[in-house]
Design a protein around this ligand. Sequence first.
Ligand SMILES: [Zn+2]
Length: 402
Amino acid sequence: MKNFYKLPKKVTFCETCVLSNQVPSSIPEFLHKPNRDGAKYLELSFDKENKFTCSPCKVNQSKQKINWQKREIELLKLLDKHRSKDGDYDCIVPGSGGKDSVYAAHLLKYKYGMHPLTVTWPPILYTDYGYQNFKNWIEIGGFDNIAVKPNGKVQKLLTKLSIENLLHPFQTFILGQKNIGARMAAKFKIPLVFYGESDAEYNNPISEFSAIRDQKYWINSNKNKFYLAGIPIKKLMSKYNLNYNDLKNYLPLDDNELGKTKIKYCYLGYFIKWTPQEAYYYAVENTNFKARPFRSEGTYSKYNSIDDKIDDLHYYTSYIKFGIGRASYDASQEIRNKHITRDEGIKLVSRFDGEIPNRYLDEILEYLDIKKSFFHKLVDKFRSPHLWEKKNGTWILRNKIF
Ligand SMILES: [Zn+2]
């Protein structure tokens, strides 16, 4: 059977959580080509009894052995070196007002005496409660903020093309958000950029679970090799009459933009024990963070990734392309942090994974000028035959954990 996106042909589930080996690792988004979206996968390694443990679980296991007191001392050294004496900005915290950015900025300012500038790449379609959380972050939390609202025409075009070419409605948001910290750090010559959890906690290679990320990752040295919405950027510019500046927000910094600033990209989750649930309670307590007033479609949770109406659709497309929906991600994270058991996780997956996110779907399709009938046909084109089969007119996953 054919396997799309170079996914492993045999589906194997992690022994610890509920993820399978079909989870794509986020290779830099600007290298995604059509039908190759995320073509690098979870690091597969089997133990002696031939059991498979996914890389986020391995990162989590390695965290159990960490001496957090020592790690905090490492953090204090780093902060002492960079803390400004006159109250000018000394670090950047990117975020849109979700629980993790609230937690990071608040700790840095009020526990560690830093002077963060918060920067925001706003969601494509803000939810009301997401926008309120953003305002509370700045107003109740007490932070300066720069929000960069990108050229709406270009963002709409790229988002639409990413859906058509990659079934990836969130690519523009992910890219903009990923680059904004570095871009603002270079512009204002602020050397530290702080994120919350490392990407390695989810599905990037374990080697990326480190204190500070290599600057090379963010530098754009060869523009010609980049793709946006699955199209080489040169072709994109000529076909849609765009110039490089129109696309710049979605691409890593080039050498000219970086100038002489030596930027350090740091993960607080390396230095302090970071659990998403605690970040949530902290944000509720300190900036009146509010969970979604209803359950997110496709899962059972209410407080993860709730700022953008398109986020729900993004998880649904992961279910279509990789067979892994939003409940699988949420349950896996909670199993690792020992909030639920694996059996409970499996039940949640069977109940919620793959639910169609109807609540905002019409609004999103209208915004992008995509017909619903076209969208559903498009979705079916991205189902890999090794994952899906059609029985009595209904698509079903060939391999399920339940
Ligand atoms: Zn796992």
